[in-house]
Design a protein around this ligand. Structure first.
Ligand code: HXC
Length: 514
């Protein structure tokens, strides 16, 4: 081999070594895969093409001139997932802690620019000690360059962040700007300020895990969307999610021609609601009876459980589902449920994913906690997101649809393209008990038997309004259907709406109540 070619081979080999054998061993001992191993598992076999493998940092401060690594702590390039183009970067913790330098940032930005120009998703595998401390402000500037691109790419190409190690300081804001955040249990964390700073400032003692581990962000903050037990599971989940998404805002999600639907579900759904309309049930059982077998892919499963969101398929076509969950807080809307639902609706609307709303909502959660923390503004987010969405939207009211929550949950007047109600639906301003107390107060007070009169008036209100027929008479629901007819109605409805074209009034952008 010529000397010239030997030099290339040597450089290539250096770029494959990351931070060296010892550091890789330490990394593996923590249960983590290396950046290259992660990329290999994430992408289709042999599909990865690296860009910038020989890039090095250009800093000489604090001994950095003695620590140059080919690739500078991040592997960037493009490859395929299920045969579709993806742009990927993976931070290599074995190289200077995966810290972000000026050149490291420039490599990520290059990938993002290519993704935007070529209309394909960006997947970031984050594992980094944050800004490269020896470089100072230029590394901070690198972060800003990434944040700028995350924002510009938002709503143009799907962006996924897989947090597979530390992610602290302002670095958390790149993942926060992306569409979906995955975290790995026990080895990843995200926080703006770590436990030591927290202790100094607020005197709270908290571990990294409790402050910003995968479980914390899944259950308490809602910062992440998916949690995985280890690196391999995390990468597999990301691959699975991408099967539901289009490449960019100008394309549709892939539509597999093969799907299954078990006919017995039609019998199951007919009697799926409890006989007593006050009893809880798991709305996921209803969803399962509507969508292609095994196709429901839940998002933010452990956060604001009173609303269920996720992707599913109807004869192969991706839909985004938003369903009230009567098994949790009776399915009421509260601050967290509204935020969760709103962001999901906006994602689906950005990427041409039709919306299916399965409604059973008794109202908004009352209380000082909700009011003082801004349920008005947060509830308005969900309202705004539905009203603004131009993708096909179909609502199915299975049981309760009361008050403001009825309006918010993609009601007909809020622009739902089709609205169906089951015979068990109750569509009214409020529950019969509360309504009777207000509108029949005088009659009840004057009655000889208060209790009897009250129950009589409650029954009268329920008989008049706690059903779907008033709404159907006014065309506020398009049809009252048997539960077993629902899937067919959805299939035909979404098919009829396939070419829906609706433009918002010309404007720079709206002012969503953030
Ligand atoms: C340079 C870094 C580094 C960093 C880690 N390293 N973080 N080098 N800049 N930010 C280096 C370490 O010196 C070490 O090098 C190697 O990476 C591995 O780190 P360890 O500490 O041995 O690993 P571990 O014990 O697993 O601890 C990981 C860690 C810790 C918790 C992430 O390294 C850490 O606290 N790092 C600093 C985090 C931080 O404060 N970053 C700045 C945040 S502010 P050697 O050669 O010894 O192996 C920020 C602002 C962003 O990021 C703002 C954006 C707007």
């Amino acid at each position: 081999m010529s000397e010239i070619n030997k030099r290339l081979l040597k450089n290539r080999n250096l770029s494959l070594q990351g931070g060296g054998e010892e550091r890789v061993k330490k990394h593996h001992a923590q249960g983590k895969l290396t950046a290259r191993e992660r990329i290999t598992l994430l992408l289709d076999e042999n599909s990865f093409h690296e860009i910038g493998a020989l890039v090095e940092h250009r800093s000489n401060s604090f001994g950095l001139d003695q620590q140059r690594f080919a690739g500078d702590g991040v592997i960037t390039g493009f490859g395929k997932i299920h045969g579709r183009l993806m742009y990927v970067y993976a931070q290599d913790f074995t190289v200077l802690g995966g810290s972000l330098s000026e050149t490291h940032a420039a490599k990520i930005c290059r990938i993002m620019d290519l993704a935007l120009k070529n209309g394909a998703p960006i997947i970031g595998l984050n594992d980094s000690g944050g800004a490269r401390i020896q470089e100072g402000v230029v590394s901070l500037s690198g972060y800003s360059e990434i944040f700028f691109r995350n924002t510009r790419a938002s709503g143009v190409v799907p962006q996924l962040s897989l947090i597979m190690g530390p992610c602290a300081g302002g670095a958390v804001y790149s993942p926060a700007l992306t569409d979906f955040v995955f975290m790995v249990e026990d080895t990843s964390y995200m926080f703006v300020t770590g436990p030591n700073v927290v202790k100094t400032v607020t005197h709270e003692e908290v571990s990294s895990e409790d402050l910003g581990g995968a479980k914390t962000h899944a259950e308490r903050s809602g910062v992440n969307h998916f949690v995985a037990g280890n690196d391999v599971e995390c990468l597999k989940k990301a691959r699975a999610l991408l099967t539901y998404l289009p490449q960019n805002a100008y394309e549709n999600a892939p539509k597999p021609s093969v799907f299954e639907f078990s006919a017995e579900k039609l019998d199951r759904i007919e009697n799926i609601l409890p006989s007593n309309n006050g009893l809880p049930y798991d709305c996921r059982r209803v969803l399962d009876c509507l969508v292609d077998d095994g196709s429901f892919f839940e998002v933010q499963e452990d956060y604001a459980k009173n609303i269920v969101i996720g992707f599913a398929r109807l004869e192969g076509r991706t839909v985004g589902i938003i369903a009230n969950q009567p098994a949790e807080l009776a399915g009421v809307l509260d601050i967290n449920a509204s935020r969760k639902g709103a962001r999901f609706v906006r994602f689906c609307d950005s990427f041409n994913i039709p919306l299916l709303i399965v409604e059973d909502v008794p109202g908004f959660l009352p209380g000082t906690d909700q009011e003082w923390n801004g349920i008005i503004t947060h509830g308005a987010k969900l309202l705004y997101a539905f009203a603004e969405a131009t993708v096909p939207r179909i609502t199915v009211i299975t049981r309760k649809a009361y008050g403001g929550a009825y309006c918010v949950m993609n009601s007909k007047s809020l622009g739902a393209d089709l609205s169906f109600a089951w015979p068990t639906a109750e569509i009214a301003v409020m529950g019969a008990k509360g309504a009777a107390e207000i509108i029949f107060r005088k009659e009840i007070v004057d009655a000889s038997d208060l209790e009897l009169k009250w129950r009589e008036k409650e029954a009268e209100y329920a008989d008049t309004f706690a059903n779907p027929y008033r709404a159907a008479e006014r065309g506020i629901v398009d049809d009252v259907i048997f539960p077993r007819e629902t899937r067919e109605k959805l299939l035909h409805g979404f098919s009829m709406l396939e070419k829906k074209a609706e433009n918002l009034p010309l404007k720079k952008h709206g002012n969503i109540p953030l």
